[in-house]
Design a protein around this ligand. Structure first.
Ligand code: FES
Length: 94
């Protein structure tokens, strides 16, 4: 086993899980698009991978999607849409 310090200053997890209609999920609300846009902004700003935008495949709050959590802040956001991405970017992708 290898153990080391977390190699990122910050991680933003965006749920992209899509249950394909078998239940509510972040995929019903453009989770994938939210993820891609946040990651694009991080890359365009030269922040990736120091600040890592990663996909999560379910954060356990499926009816509230799109869900986003941010470490080390311990922040949680629900009902995120594409129109919220700019607000998140200005808060975390600096
Ligand atoms: S599908 Fe996103 S939290 Fe479960």
């Amino acid at each position: 086993m290898l153990s080391k310090k977390i190699p990122y200053e910050q991680q933003i997890f965006v749920c992209t899980n899509d249950r394909q209609g078998a239940g509510q999920s972040c995929g019903d609300h453009q989770g994938e698009a939210v993820f891609k846009e946040l990651r694009r902004i991080a890359k365009d700003r030269g922040l990736h991978p120091r600040i890592r935008v990663a996909q999560a495949k379910c954060l356990g709050q499926c009816s509230l999607g799109v869900n986003v959590m941010v470490y080390p802040e311990g922040a949680w956001y629900s009902n995120i849409g594409l129109d919220d991405v700019a607000v998140l970017a200005e808060k975390y992708l600096l």
